[in-house]
Design a protein around this ligand. Structure first.
Ligand code: ADP
Ligand code: ZN
Length: 433
């Protein structure tokens, strides 16, 4: 079902008129109310009146996470705090977290795009929605919560953790929809196996998984283990939180970007040049309607491409392909670019290998080394040493074939790699660079 026919099926020409109107307003607001934005634009020699067409967006300077940090915590808000009804913050593994603020209307916009997203994934009024995204400063839990309520679904605000209890509740409440990170969904599936609960004892129909990268093979795995259709959802706190883009259940291919609110561009991460439509590069977003904390040309560091072809679901919004990595979690090992998702892709294609892995990078002398620790099934682990050696050789060769870099493979016993209750930590980089 399409939640908002009027906007989600707007003809492109009409959409562009709306986008331009909103863009002009955004630039005005940011320039006249926020000094750091004004300084940035003055430096680039751009005034709000220079924005006359959508193509003029390219004249505006980029914003990055550093710009946000430099103005920590509230320096980029365009409105005083008496109009800000909520703040969230991203985890911020390096340095200070990134703080974002919302007016009442921003919260409504967020609920609107999240309701669209859930509907896009086939969720509807009457569904029991088990929301295992973390509640708190992280945008996942509350973002999904408001959207599901707006849609008219019955929300179970369970948050992450206490997995056995979650399974009992899903069983007792007859939950139809699971919202979680894909790694937590797997953790749930595995805990169900341990408890002897078969997916047929649950009523799950759809899983809406996002907040971290996951591969097509991982999709198959969770779909099989949980007996549901797994749909990808994308978002980031800086832009609004979850609900920036969403896969439709009809195509399960590419996530529709809610372009009347978020304007995408794909750039070459090195030169900053906008790339032709369809090419792969870094995703950049401009928030067209956000009030308290708008962002102009925010560099997400996520790598993807845009799909402009019409979609079978009838939505006219462009889609973005599954995220294949980030410009920053991209590992460079002896000069070779390695994305954890590529390693995952190889692992998930091999029988007997569990979807739990960790990549450990070390520097020995001036030499970088990469070790992939991967869990194998109980049955394989008790197998002959010869077979285990064969398996690790095979993984090694396949990784080398795909990414051109050799690595050490360590097969570990089932359940030794730490399980995720939110976002999984896939890489441990011990190099001090
Ligand atoms: P933090 O992780 O710092 O708290 P966010 O929660 O806002 O910040 O995370 C946003 C990031 O999560 C995105 O920029 C992207 O890298 C990743 N992400 C979110 N959804 C997806 C998805 N569906 N697929 C891949 N990566 C995703
Ligand atoms: Zn579609």
């Amino acid at each position: 079902m399409i939640w908002n026919e009027e906007f989600e099926t707007l003809p492109r020409e009409e959409l562009e008129i709306l986008q331009l109107k909103r863009l002009k307003d955004l630039v005005q607001r940011s320039y006249y109310r926020v000094k750091p934005y004004r300084d940035k634009m003055d430096e680039a020699g751009i005034k709000p009146e220079h924005i006359r067409s959508l193509a003029d967006l390219q004249k505006l300077p980029f914003t990055t996470k550093d710009f946000l940090r430099d103005n920590y915590p509230f320096g980029l808000f365009t409105l005083p705090l008496d109009q800000v009804v909520r703040v969230h913050a991203s985890s911020g593994t390096t340095g200070k977290p990134t703080v974002v603020g919302y007016t009442k209307r921003d919260i409504e916009t967020w609920a609107e795009v999240m309701a669209r997203a859930l509907a896009c994934g086939g969720v509807h009024r009457g569904d029991v929605v088990h929301n295992a995204y973390g509640y708190g400063l992280f945008t996942g839990g509350l973002g999904a919560h408001y959207g599901a309520e707006k849609l008219g679904a019955t929300v179970v605000p369970i948050s992450g953790g206490q997995t056995k209890r979650q399974i009992m509740i899903m069983q007792d409440f007859g939950s139809n929809v699971l919202l979680a990170t894909p790694s937590y969904a797997l953790n749930i599936a595995e805990t169900m196996e341990d408890m002897g609960v078969d997916s047929s004892k649950l009523s799950l129909r759809v899983g809406i998984f996002g907040a971290e990268p996951w591969s097509e093979n991982m999709r198959e795995e969770v779909e099989k283990k949980l007996g549901l259709k797994a749909i990808d959802i994308y978002g980031l706190s800086e832009i609004i939180g979850p609900g920036v883009s969403m896969e439709c259940i009809e195509a399960q291919h590419g996530m529709h970007i809610f372009e009347d609110h978020f304007m995408p561009e794909i750039i070459d991460p090195d030169s900053g040049q906008v790339l032709p439509l369809g090419e792969k590069g870094e995703l950049v977003f401009t928030t067209l309607t956000k009030q308290a904390f708008p962002l102009i040309r925010y560099r997400t560091k996520d790598i993807t491409r845009l799909i402009a072809e019409p979609c079978i679901c009838g939505r006219t919004f462009m889609r973005m392909e599954k995220i294949t990595g980030r410009t920053d979690d991209m590992l460079i090992i002896r000069g070779v670019n390695v994305f954890p998702t590529q390693v995952e892709h190889v692992l998930m294609g091999i029988e007997g290998v569990e979807p739990h892995y960790q990549i450990i990078v070390n520097r020995e002398g001036s030499m970088d080394t990469m070790e992939v620790q991967v869990e194998v099934s109980e049955q394989l682990f008790s197998d002959e040493v010869k077979n285990l050696e064969k398996l690790s050789k095979r993984i090694q060769v396949e990784i080398k074939d795909l990414i051109g870099s050799s690595c050490k493979i360590t097969l570990v016993e089932p359940k030794t790699i730490q399980r995720s209750e939110g976002k999984a930590k896939r890489v441990i980089d011990n190099r001090k660079i």
